[in-house]
Write a new protein. Structure first.
Length: 395
């Protein structure tokens, strides 16, 4: 099958959606899938649905679907909870593998929530642990013999700059550290091969490029040779070896199952499971190639027609994720004016206008039409109206 696949998505007429890096659009199959789950499973089976509808198996089943897109072996990914929870789990488990070291190394381009979770874990452990952040380009040089864990997001959420997973994982492991990757801006956007990378842990969300919907569940990957030896700090009921034995003490489930915490979000997982069908018949290599083509067209046209914008993303597509970012002093107001004209991107402080380039539902005509709007808004200063300067809670 070819790209794009616009017929598989609900895309409002007249809208050009360049924000799949923040929230993917609704696949057309999802409303019926969720409605069917509500009417044919919850409504008719009630509590029996945990057995008759295999709700309890959803985290593993959907985890394998996500795993296919990130190069993970079968039964090494499970779904549930939020990305912040999965970051906490991975970090704590990683620290436990290096009990003689106490430093978590990350970079200043990491998503703030990941850093917040690391800060909270450091405070909780309260035994000389430290979160250390350096510039993205300095990560390898900072991998000293005191580093227990290296935690990085592969694709920078602001600029789209992309770390080399293979090389940084090798460097971390050569320094005796454990590697944790956040794939929030990678899964469904760029080619990832966790098995080849050999990293110990990876986490990610599913509401961006995987189109799982607002608040869709997160995923966690554990390298299979490690999974049976981990003792999760968040020892939830669903991560117990025998939840319905109701034992008073925690006994971890085998392998990746022990990284489950709370009750599976069955309705959200039903939506995500249906949404992932849009990938049937596609490889990530096909998606990546199409993304790079569209991104190059976007950059070329914007720079030719909107000289007041400065490219904030890497010019080299091989080290750029599936988004293109431009810096502009009045970026927030400009983005609001662009959105008002039906081109949906978003803004990240202090001055970044972000545009997700997602070839599942974008084509060359969309790129040109989007640049037409940018040209009009910027060259005619249409952004300089009071209503476009008023800050929304979500930018």
């Amino acid at each position: 099958m070819t790209l794009p696949r616009k017929d598989l998505f609900h895309l409002p007429e007249g809208m050009i959606y360049l924000d799949g890096n923040s929230l993917g659009p609704l696949p057309v199959s999802v409303p019926d899938a969720v409605s069917g789950m509500l009417k044919n499973e919850w409504a008719t089976q009630l509590i029996k649905g945990w057995n008759t509808c295999q709700w309890m198996d959803q985290p593993r089943r959907v985890g394998d679907m996500v795993g296919r897109l990130i190069g993970a072996p079968a039964s090494s990914v499970t779904m549930g909870d939020t990305l912040s929870i999965k970051v906490f789990q991975a970090l704590d488990a990683a620290l436990s593998l290096r009990p003689d070291r106490k430093v978590i190394l990350s970079d200043t381009g990491n998503f703030p929530s990941d850093l917040y979770m690391a800060e909270g874990l450091v405070r909780l452990k309260d035994a000389g642990y430290e979160l250390r952040t350096v510039a993205p380009e300095d990560v390898t040089d900072a991998m000293g013999d005191d580093i227990a864990v290296v935690m990085l997001t592969q694709v920078d959420y602001r600029t789209g700059r992309m770390h080399d997973m293979m090389e940084l994982t090798k460097a971390a492991q050569a320094a005796g550290a454990v590697m944790v990757w956040d794939l929030a801006h990678s899964a469904g956007a760029v080619e990832v091969d966790l098995a080849a990378t050999n990293c110990e842990f990876a986490v990610g969300c599913t509401y961006k490029y995987l189109n799982g919907g607002p608040g869709a569940p997160a995923f966690i990957y554990v390298r299979p040779d490690l999974a049976d030896d981990l003792q999760p700090a968040l020892s939830g009921w669903l991560g117990h070896a025998a939840p319905f034995a109701f034992e008073l003490n925690y006994r971890p489930a085998p392998a990746i199952e022990r990284m489950r915490v709370g009750t599976p979000p069955v309705i959200q997982l039903a939506a995500l499971e249906s949404a992932l069908a849009v990938w049937d018949g596609l490889t990530m290599a096909q998606v990546r190639a199409a993304c790079l083509d569209l991104s190059e067209q976007f950059i070329t046209q914007v720079e030719a027609r909107c000289p007041m914008l400065t490219l904030a993303s890497p010019r080299d597509g091989s080290v750029r994720g599936s988004q293109v970012s431009f810096a502009f002093e009045n970026g927030y107001a400009a983005m609001q004016a662009v959105i008002a004209r039906g081109v949906i991107g978003d803004f990240r402080a202090p001055n970044i206008m972000r545009f997700g380039i997602t070839p599942l539902y974008l084509d060359e005509a969309d790129i040109t039409a989007a640049v037409d709007v940018l040209d009009d808004v910027l060259n005619n200063r249409l952004w300089d109206r009071p209503e476009y300067h008023a800050r929304n809670r979500v930018t």
